[in-house]
Design a protein around this ligand. Structure first.
Ligand SMILES: Nc1ncnc2c1ncn2[C@@H]1O[C@H](COP(=O)(O)OP(=O)(O)OP(=O)(O)O)[C@@H](O)[C@H]1O
Ligand SMILES: [Mg+2]
Length: 118
């Protein structure tokens, strides 16, 4: 099992939900977060200045959505491909997918483990 931590633009939230629904994922966890990548929060569309409430900052953080989903290994590449298809724009700041191995999952209600518990 793999955990995909998908950080995307907030406006892509509905697209991500559709993609994960299409692969019948067992669940997902979503957070609204603030973040920056290599441009330190300055977009190429004039969004973000190195100033926050009048105070100068070296790094500006932009709102992003983070979706964490644990899936079977065989679903991973399909999801990555679909996320790239729908979330890539011509602009910096489209986000990233961090991929981690998941050792075990336990469904608390039943005690089921592994793929059965996803
Ligand atoms: N190395 C990282 N560690 C943790 N979070 C990151 C990292 N890189 C990016 N993120 C998260 O992903 C969001 C989007 O990153 P972003 O797409 O700007 O990455 P990038 O490397 O600058 O790529 P691009 O050049 O396409 O903008 C950030 O706001 C942050 O929340
Ligand atoms: Mg960036």
């Amino acid at each position: 099992m793999k955990e995909l931590e998908i950080v995307i633009r907030p406006e892509k939230l509905e697209d991500i939900k559709t993609i994960l629904d299409e692969v019948n994922c067992g669940g997902m966890t979503l957070s609204t977060v603030m973040g920056c990548g290599t441009q330190k929060g300055i977009s190429d569309e004039g969004e973000g200045v190195n100033e926050f409430k009048g105070l100068k900052t070296t790094i500006n953080l932009l709102p992003k959505v983070k979706v964490e989903v644990v899936v079977e290994d065989s679903d991973m590449e399909k999801i990555i491909e679909k996320v790239r298809e729908t979330c890539a724009t011509d602009h910096v700041g489209d986000g990233k997918i961090f991929i981690k191995d998941v050792m075990e999952v336990v469904r608390i209600r039943t005690g089921e483990r592994g793929l059965k518990a996803l």
